[in-house]
Design a protein around this ligand. Sequence first.
Ligand code: AFP
Length: 340
Amino acid sequence: MDHEADAYRTDLMTITRFVLNEQSKYPESRGDFTILLSNIVLGCKFVCSAVNKAGLAKLIGLAGETNIQGEEQKKLDVLSNDVFVKALVSSGRTSVLVSEEDEEATFVESSKRGKYCVVFDPLDGSSNIDCGVSIGTIFGIYTVEHSDEPTTEDVLKPGNEMVAAGYCMYGSSCMLVLSTGTGVHGFTLDPSLGEFILTHPDIKIPNKGNIYSVNEGNAQNWDGPTTKYVERCKYPKDGSPAKSLRYVGSMVADVHRTLLYGGIFLYPADKKSPNGKLRVLYEVFPMAFLMEQAGGQAFTGEKRALDLVPKEIHERSPIFLGSYDDVEEIKALYAAEEEN
Ligand code: AFP
């Protein structure tokens, strides 16, 4: 056994250390956010372990329930939702929870209430579970106005009021990407330690990328600007090389790649789904928050994504997010269409 190397590992920047360091910059802080985050981290570790064991534990398969989006729930979705709801409530730091899996918001009982609201998709990309493709948890955190009387209004706020957002990707490695409003940082789970270690400090998305990511099967129903944009990706007019297409169909995986390599992820409106598919509170907002914090942009086809004000907790919105210059291009196409 290499004791010297082992001792060196205790010097690593774990996510808990990282958040405690951040907290120490705010002398008035009482550690509530650190406690909340450590409960989210616990939930992620639990789901990661369940995802890894899914085949073994025969967790895969339908649980016989249908969620409010009309999708069949898989056992892992049900489990992940239970894991996060319990972890968040028991943190004693939350008042309102909104989960993709629950039709109504959950209001935490008064004895366990705290000053935060958490919106989350406990297991996004669940149609990819059975074939072992990367899936993930997405979350966003707000502060509550009056923790003695929380209401749905506490989460029906624009994304620019989020205090933190992140996702955990259960892939070839388990990675948690987090922003508390001061940049984006990536932590990889070291399974032997059970700790998330800072492996990707201060992630910055390249200003321009050579990958576009979209479900092209919907192309016949797209609007003009999206059609034009994708056409340009394939047949650039300025003589630059065509962009590559990559699409997993699991938002966490597609956005993670976009964040690290640059490029653009699109889930536009189409004739069949005029509001697109992705949910504002727990898909669009957290990913838009991370993109902006990494130096990219997120646009809905009408406005900056984080300026949307949702009216319902499960509202959807079209979304174009990624490298700054790539999003600028699609914004210009929408602006041109408006002028005509
Ligand atoms: P599932 O959870 O049903 O697999 O949906 C995943 C998702 O919400 C998001 O993660 C993907 O980006 C998007 O839907 C993929 O949608 P399409 O299958 O329509 O391309």
